[in-house]
Design a binder for this molecule. Structure first.
Ligand code: ANZ
Length: 866
């Protein structure tokens, strides 16, 4: 809508209403009695990372649907909570600090200010007073508190393990942050090469929640595909651990995990992961060189690559043999990287006849293949490997048993001899929770020497015991054993120290390791106080702060709780607030978070529920994913392709309302769809026409709008149909069809010489969630007092929907021959007479006798002729 149109100046109008909403706090969620008397509606979108680049078009694509929903629900009488905030810890800000020396907090402040302005210009009405900022110590105090609860409950521990290290980023990455590319494993951010390194890390025991995370999925109103992704990621599998004696090492055993104990008689070789602790011991001298060489060569492959079905298998014979517990056969043991150390027991019995990877491996290395499961009737000729269940064969006393029964019996029989036990395994790994960065939440942990830790015993009342776990967390370095002491609540938040240089140390340690005066700390065992400086007295011991920081996922794990009261310094969440607002009624965001944010947040939440800190069992009962906006060329938008649409440029030229309607009209919210410039012009025309239809050149209501009387029946019917349809469309996030219905109504009204002012006002109300600025201005021009948002949502009158004509379909001998529109009141006899005279029916009756007339009132007439 260009400014050249004298009638509607979007620049002035949009700025005016943005200021109005802000000043009047029109859309703020209310905590007063009158507000609380209304039903609540909590609508959540995924809060942004305030990057230096500013908003991109993906933000409004995600946030318009929730904004529309929030405005709509409010108009329907709900007390709506629709907050936003800043997921503001993160790598780009830190990298900018490394490059320029600017403090990340400074950059964050600037970026947030810019984001706020941009969001405001798009017509978003987030409540400033509800904003959360994950980097604010008042916020991360509670992130640290949740960590301490996890720590206390034995769900946080340190482990020295091989982790993905990215030399370019100078940090460790979680499995989920590493992508498997053609050039090998790469960081998700920046696509830098990553390598395996052994480092001391904080790990969260998410696996302890595997069962709960899986069970909880069932009750969630989430896209099925996302639930499936989570379920597969958690990857529960039932099976057994079976113990194979080692032929040449009496007393030693190789334990395998199998989901198919029914195939034990078909095990023709074993495989251990190249990292398996027994490998070196069992390798025969003649094989030692080959095994060593193989082991050295696998270091850089990711788990995904190693288990990829499409990749050819590699492996090496160890020279050792195991004894099959069911029949005493000696089975050769191989080392191969398609078996992972991180799953099950790191060793398998291979059954090439019934497992694809084993089959391929056996073929490649000429190993024996013994079928032991017969396919069911009708599938007898299925080629090997036959991976389904069936009837057991070649299996001695078990022949003829169904796989399911066979698994149970073999496991039970071997269990009697202590050679097997039923087990459940999960694919889910514990969550690598530390990063070697500056710009993250510091861990509220101080390390003290074991001897000093032992002194704590003499202080049974010490505040340092508040979060002490049952099992002490320790690690060993340079001959010193260090013990983790959790900070007490009174020492929270633990802020970040000021440092001069944000560069990672390159040794895998965080820049915090260089902040000496912060790092070295004294702890008072009696009072739980912390101080720097020299030895202070008897109760004091020396400690070193933890130098890792938490990953960006931490802050976003619980932000939806903080919105209920971002200023609460007394507790994580006030139960009274939770009782009223509860969890989000809908959560809208991208599907790419399925096994990251959405899984992590569920883990924390279920844990918080277990310790009584929240009441709701799940954080996000209803989830919806918006689709992606592609470039005009149908490709993902990217700077290098030059197909990026900039929201700032767009609204400078057309205004926010055009962008809102245009984006929503592109298609269903959940679909990915390409940008289409010609659609923009169509939207501009629609809004211009609409303005001219209702507002006269003098700025008064158009002359054709009647202040008295009623609309004619056709107009009234379409108005009420539109109220019904648009209401339903908003409710079900069908914004594209809501727009088209409004277009249909406008087309009709523009052909009418006269209709009521009330109808024009109703139109403005129906439009308001989509194009709020224009709707407010229109409402005022039509004589309404601001704000349109205060008006109760229009209701449709079912009586007005009734059509006074109906369409009757005419069939001859069951074949469609024509239709007629008749007044509803017309009797059957008249209708039959009209039908017989219909020009397309007449030829089919000529020379025939009508033997039956079957009339379904208001719908269909079938004439049976001979
Ligand atoms: C014998 C067997 C016979 C197997 C058969 C399968 C089919 P899920 O369902 O994913 O849990 N396995 C066990 N540990 C492994 C590891 N560390 N690395 C690679 N593969 C491993 O898969 C369990 C199956 O995957 C196990 O059952 C084992 O192979 C293999 F006809 O044992 B099976």
């Amino acid at each position: 809508m260009a400014t050249s149109t004298s009638e509607y100046d979007f620049r002035r109008v949009e700025a005016r209403w943005q200021a109005f909403w802000e000043q009047n706090r029109t859309f703020a969620a209310r905590e007063d009695a009158a507000g609380r008397a209304r039903p609540k509606y909590y609508v959540l979108d995924m809060f942004p990372y305030p990057s230096g680049e500013g908003l991109h078009i993906g933000h409004p694509v995600c946030y318009f649907p929730t904004d529309i929903l929030a405005r709509f629900k409010r108009a329907q009488g709900h007390n709506v909570l629709h907050p936003t905030g800043w997921d503001a810890f993160g790598l780009p800000t830190e990298q900018y600090a490394i490059k320029t020396g600017t403090h990340p907090a400074e950059t964050t402040r600037k970026n947030i200010a810019r984001f706020r302005e941009q969001l405001r210009a798009l017509g978003f009405v987030y409540d400033r007073e509800r904003e959360v900022n994950t980097t604010d110590p008042r916020y991360f105090r509670w992130t640290q508190w949740i960590f301490l609860q996890l720590f206390k409950h034995g769900l946080a521990y340190v482990d020295e393990k091989p982790v993905w290290y990215c030399p370019a980023l100078g940090t460790v990455l979680a499995n989920e942050e590493v992508l498997n590319t053609d050039e090998g494993p790469r960081s998700e951010r920046g696509s830098h090469p990553v390598e395996r390194r052994n480092l001391r890390q904080w790990v969260l025991r998410i696996t302890a929640y595997a069962d709960k995370l899986l069970a909880g999925l069932e009750k969630l109103d989430w896209p099925e595909s996302t639930k499936k992704l989570q379920a597969n990621w958690i990857g529960r599998s039932e099976g057994a651990e079976v113990r194979f004696a080692l032929r040449d090492f009496p007393g030693e055993e190789l334990v395998v995990f199998t989901t198919r104990p029914d195939t034990l008689f078909g095990a023709t070789y074993m495989v251990v992961a190249p990292e398996h602790p027994l490998l070196a011991k069992i390798t025969a001298p003649a094989q030692r060189a080959a095994v060593e060489k193989y082991r050295a060569g696998i270091g850089q492959k990711s788990d995904l690559e190693r288990t990829d079905l499409a990749k050819s298998k590699t492996g090496v014979f160890t020279g050792a043999y195991a004894t099959n517990p069911v029949n005493g056969r000696a089975i050769p043991i191989w080392a191969a990287d398609y078996v992972l150390m991180s799953y099950g027991t790191g060793a398998i019995m291979a059954v090439p006849a019934h497992d694809e990877r084993d089959f391929e491996f056996a073929q490649q290395f000429g190993l024996e293949i013994i079928p032991v499961i017969a396919p069911p009737k009708g599938k007898e000729n299925t080629p090997l490997p036959f991976t389904d269940v069936g009837l057991m064969a070649n299996s001695g006393p078990y022949d003829g048993l169904e796989s399911f029964e066979g698994k149970r019996r073999i496991t039970a029989d071997l269990a009697l001899k202590n050679q097997a036990k039923a087990t459940v395994n999960f694919k889910l790994r514990d969550w690598l929770f530390s990063r070697q960065r500056y710009w993250g939440e510091p861990f509220p942990i101080v390390w003290v020497r074991a001897a000093d830790y032992a002194k704590l015993e003499k202080y049974p009342q010490s505040p340092l015991r508040e979060f002490l776990p049952e099992t002490l967390i320790t690690y060993q370095k340079d001959g010193v054993r260090w013990c983790a002491i959790p900070l007490p609540s009174s020492a929270l938040p633990l802020p970040l120290p000021e440092i001069a240089n944000y560069q990672p140390s390159g040794t895998g340690e965080s820049p915090l390791a260089k902040a000496d005066s912060w790092l070295q700390v004294r702890v008072n065992l009696a009072t739980g106080e912390f101080a720097s400086g020299e030895k202070l007295g008897n109760d004091w011991v020396a400690g070193v702060r933890e130098t890792n920081t938490m990953p960006q996922w931490a802050g976003s794990c619980w932000y939806y709780l903080r919105y209920l009261d971002p200023n609460d310094d007394r507790q994580l969440l006030d139960p009274a607030r939770e009782a009223y607002w509860g969890m989000p009624d809908i959560y809208i965001g991208g599907a790419e978070h399925a096994v990251l944010h959405l899984l992590y947040a569920r883990f924390w939440h279920i844990f918080l529920h277990d310790i009584g800190a929240v009441h709701a069992p799940e954080p996000f009962p209803k989830l919806f994913h918006q689709g992606m906006l592609l470039g005009e060329d149908g490709q993902k938008m990217s700077k290098s392709r030059g197909n990026v649409v900039n929201p700032d440029d767009f609204i400078a030229e057309y205004g926010a309302d055009v962008l809102r309607i245009y984006l929503m009209f592109l298609g269903p919210v959940e679909d990915s769809k390409p940008w289409n410039s010609s659609g923009v012009e169509g939207t501009v025309r629609f809004l211009k026409r609409l303005w001219r239809e209702f507002v006269g050149p003098d700025g008064a209501p158009a002359a054709k709008l009647a202040t008295e009387g009623e609309d004619d029946t056709d107009t009234a019917r379409l108005v009420h149909e539109t109220i019904k349809k648009v209401t339903h469309d908003y409710e079900t996030l069908r914004f594209n069809t809501a727009v088209s219905q409004l277009m249909i109504l406008l087309n009709h009204l523009s052909t009418q010489p006269r209709y009521t002012l009330a109808t024009a006002r109703t139109f403005a109300q129906l439009l308001a969630p989509l194009a709020p600025h224009l709707a407010e201005e229109l409402w005022e021009k039509l004589g309404g007092a601001p704000s349109i948002a205060e008006q109760p949502w229009p209701h449709f009158d079912p009586a007005k929907l009734a059509r006074d004509v109906v369409k009757i379909v005419i069939q001859v001998n069951g074949k469609l021959r024509g239709d007629i529109e008749v007044p509803v009141a017309l009797g059957a006899a008249d209708i039959i007479a009209l039908a017989k005279a219909h020009e397309r029916v007449v030829p089919h009756l000529a020379g025939k006798t009508i033997v039956k007339e079957i009339y379904v009132p208001g719908k269909i007439l079938n004439l049976v002729v001979r």
